[in-house]
Design a protein around this ligand. Structure first.
Ligand SMILES: [Zn+2]
Length: 132
């Protein structure tokens, strides 16, 4: 099966950003005032032949997008199960995470692997959420 190498159009990028209210759909960082432009993430990466359909796109800060890369899942080392990442199109953020004094805490296994791999709570990212 060929890899999807078709770029996401500017119109679609704008629509995805607007749908997300210009907030990273993973870590909730706000695009406003960001020095580095936010990106449109393929939830199922193009490497895995994910489409350019709106249902496969998420608005993402550069940190989340870079840390996720082309990955789709990680490993829960307690059970050794492969666990998919949080999907902003089909999951509800508050069912997998909660904010606690600026830290994003997982409340499900999906939340746990997403927090770990996306590195939501790296020290360098905390000032974006009001933690210094
Ligand atoms: Zn993010």
């Amino acid at each position: 099966m060929p890899t999807n190498n078709i770029p996401v159009s500017a119109i679609v990028r704008k629509r995805v950003a607007h749908r997300a209210s210009y907030i990273c759909e993973y870590c909730l960082a706000q695009d406003e005032g960001s020095f580095i432009g936010f990106e449109v993430d393929h939830i199922i990466s193009r490497k895995h032949n994910g489409s350019n359909e709106d249902s496969n796109l998420a608005y993402s800060c550069p940190d989340c997008n870079r840390n996720k890369g082309t990955d789709l899942a990680s490993i829960d080392w307690n059970t050794r199960d492969i666990v998919r990442f949080f999907n902003p199109r089909t999951d509800i953020w508050a069912e997998h995470f909660r904010l606690s004094e600026g830290f994003i805490e997982p409340i499900t296994v999906i939340g746990k692997v997403t927090v770990d791999i996306f590195r939501f709570n790296d020290k360098i990212r905390l000032p974006d959420r009001g933690i210094f």
